[in-house]
Design a protein around this ligand. Structure first.
Ligand SMILES: [Zn+2]
Length: 282
């Protein structure tokens, strides 16, 4: 599995699919896995690493949110102590998420050595922030909304690590499944985190890590700009010729499509965002 970033405390492993990141964070007392994912061989790679390196340390497993690509590997690490948000635990459509996994595996003829399970959670994050002390280290955990309603920002201040989940990606503009206002609030929180902590590595759910505050700030600004443009575009629903070309693309979409490496798959997400924002302004 491709290691996109590594230092003495964190290793960021990237799946071949959607450049989805899994993390292994280690200290002398514990190992924290984050979102072990996607393909059977990739998950097995992470399992082998844990089998070889855990020793007597405690194993924790953190889920950044409940999208199926992030929980897909859970049963392989079922002995770990699990951490996620209260909204993650309270989702009443857990069957649908498992169905998403099944549909994916059916489509690509993927056999797994286990049956996917919606993760039961041992440590439920309710407050913002929640302070978790794992031996010598503190985790500051903030529930986040906007992408989904059950996300988490997790900061380990003394290691300078920030696990962001599906926010602040260099491959995707904001995908809003929850709400526009909550997404804005999460970006505001992101700004606060950059001011408050000495962040050395920020890991998004997909794409490249950031290793400087400036790089994180640029991503925050870019996502804020996208949200502003989206709201503007949603305000004007008239199919004026100057705003839409013959492929049905708006100027706004064409502007944003150029800014990402894989725009083809993003168009559907942009249209879904637009629909959601228009509905809200009715
Ligand atoms: Zn994701």
């Amino acid at each position: 599995m491709y290691t996109q970033f590594q230092n003495t405390s964190i290793r960021v492993l990237q799946s071949a699919l959607y450049q989805t990141n899994a993390c292994i964070i280690q200290t002398t007392e514990w190992v924290l896995l984050v979102d072990p994912n996607w393909l059977p061989l990739e998950i097995e790679y992470i399992k082998n690493w844990v089998d070889q390196h855990l020793d007597n340390r405690k194993l924790y497993l953190l889920f950044t949110h409940s999208d199926y690509d992030h929980i897909i590997g859970y049963p392989v690490f079922a002995k770990a102590q699990t951490i996620a948000s209260q909204a993650f635990v309270e989702r009443n459509d857990q069957e649908k998420i498992l169905q998403d996994i099944k549909n994916f595996d059916d489509q690509y003829y993927i056999s797994r050595s286990y049956t996917p399970v919606y993760p039961p959670i041992d440590v439920v994050i309710t407050e913002s922030p929640t302070y978790l002390t794992l031996c010598q280290h503190d985790l500051h955990v903030y529930p986040t909304r906007g992408h989904t309603n059950d996300g988490l920002f997790t900061i380990i201040p003394d290691l300078g690590i920030w696990i962001a989940g599906d926010y602040l990606s260099d491959l995707e503009f904001p995908f809003i499944y929850d709400s526009y206002e909550h997404y804005q609030a999460t970006l505001k929180l992101a700004r606060q985190i950059i001011r408050q902590y000495d962040i050395k590595v920020m890991v998004p759910g997909h794409g490249s890590v950031c290793t400087s505050k400036e790089a994180v700030l640029q991503r925050i600004q870019k996502d804020e700009a996208y949200l502003n443009d989206l709201a503007e575009e949603a305000k004007d629903s008239s199919p004026k010729a100057d705003r839409h070309n013959k492929e049905g693309n708006s100027k706004n979409w064409e502007k944003w499509a150029q800014q990402y490496d894989f725009p083809k798959g993003l168009k559907e997400s942009h249209l879904a965002n637009l629909k959601l924002v228009k509905k809200r302004s009715l």
